[in-house]
Design a binder for this molecule. Sequence first.
Ligand SMILES: Nc1ncnc2c1ncn2[C@@H]1O[C@H](COP(=O)(O)OP(=O)(O)OP(=O)(O)O)[C@@H](O)[C@H]1O
Ligand SMILES: [Mg+2]
Length: 504
Amino acid sequence: MRPRTLRARLVAGMLVLLALACAGVGAATSIMLERFMVDRIDQQLSTIGGRFAASLEHRDEYGEDGDTRGQSPGTLGVRLVNGGVTDAAVVSPAVPDPVLSAADRSALAALPTDGRPRTLRLSSLHHYRVTAVGGDDGDVLITGLPLEGIESTVHRLQFAEVAVFAAVMLVTGVAAALWVRLSLRPLQRVAATAREVARLPLADGEVALPGRVPDEDPRTEIGQVGEAFNRMLGHVGDALARRHASEQRMRTFAADASHELRTPLATVRAHVQLARREAGDLASRSPHTRAPAMSPGPSPKESPGPAASVESAGAVPESVRHALERIDAESARMGKLVDDLLLLTRLDAGRPLARDEVDLTRVAIDATGDARVSAPDHRWRLELPEEPVTMTGDADRLYQVVANLLGNASAHTPPGTTVTVGVAAPSSDTVELTVADDGPGIPGEIQDEIFERFVRADKARSRASGGSGLGLAIVKAVAAAHGGTVGVESRPGRTVFRVVFPRR
Ligand SMILES: Nc1ncnc2c1ncn2[C@@H]1O[C@H](COP(=O)(O)OP(=O)(O)OP(=O)(O)O)[C@@H](O)[C@H]1O
Ligand SMILES: [Mg+2]
């Protein structure tokens, strides 16, 4: 039930304070009014003195009611002789002779005769203000004036105050709620801007921060918050812009570097192949072009084609032939690495992809066919639906996705592993590609970062023998460029890569 918003708390606090103030004012006015009126009665009492009570002794002279001349209605006169009430009268046309109870009589008898006014509760009459004075002949003369009028006046005042205060509280409550809402409006603008910033994807890319908070008056608290907030937004904006610029520089650098590396690399490879051909090493082979995407480059253990090299073996020493072969293999690997880097930097830069109608089933069949040839020791299975599954995308890049996944399934599992390639359309606007194998699986500690660049399970493995760790980064970047996602589930005996693309 406690108010939560600042607005509700301010209004509630204001109303509580106002109620306290009203209660204080109400109590003070009724006490003061009562005192004032009692003072007036006391003055009246001292004017009357014992006159009325004394007149009761001489009823034969003044009549049954005593000397009521000049006495205000309700005036009580009592005469005591030897502590006992002998006469009592009230100035009132209705009941001139009050019937006093025994308690009232003893209360009257107990009054000190000092002439000081006191308040007395008489059970048979109203509250009275009474004074007692000693009479001439040893009797006690008591005069009283009723407090009834005062009490009803004070009650009327209290009623009026409660009504007025309630109305004031109501009006103040409404006015305060409106006013607080109005005063806090700038704070809401700060909150709205902060929420907008919180919703922005600040992690990467170019970020357009929302406009500044308009309230910047440093004399107000909210203005100070707004100013600090704007300054913070400024710093964040600067930092983000600087980060974006440095990312751009890095990208341009990587793109330029990989692009620049291609030409000398192509020259090196051409010369190496020429040299190998001269040495008779490549006589029976077609000129070596870039290795298929899914194989990590020609293995250094590949046989150098013994039949062709026999005749020239004498001319070129074996060590030189081996060196040429290594240069060829490593420059092929480097070529693939440079191509992968260039592709990644292009995808990073958001280069537009081709938008063809691609038959994903066809792509899966082709890529699996290629994998069968390059990894004949694995078992390759296809799980395709009856109808071809098509999507809009870049056919070459999609082929590369499948090829990279299949390359991994053959490169990182032992021979004899079964690899299942599946294509499906789980809903009318998504298509799904799965590559599952029953190999040893991906270690748990790198599963979360497997799609990052240069992440490989076996870090100790020499780069010369394995891949570079860019294959899955390319899969993720191509999937993202198509608006899709990629995920992996892996445990020993079952590893499934699942890529989901939107159909259009
Ligand atoms: N099917 C799989 N089974 C077991 N481990 C896998 C599998 N697929 C990927 N991995 C692990 O994930 C790592 C990253 O794969 P990724 O394709 O990104 O790089 P790579 O294959 O090592 O090199 P590249 O593909 O660039 O030639 C691999 O090094 C391997 O450790
Ligand atoms: Mg790979």
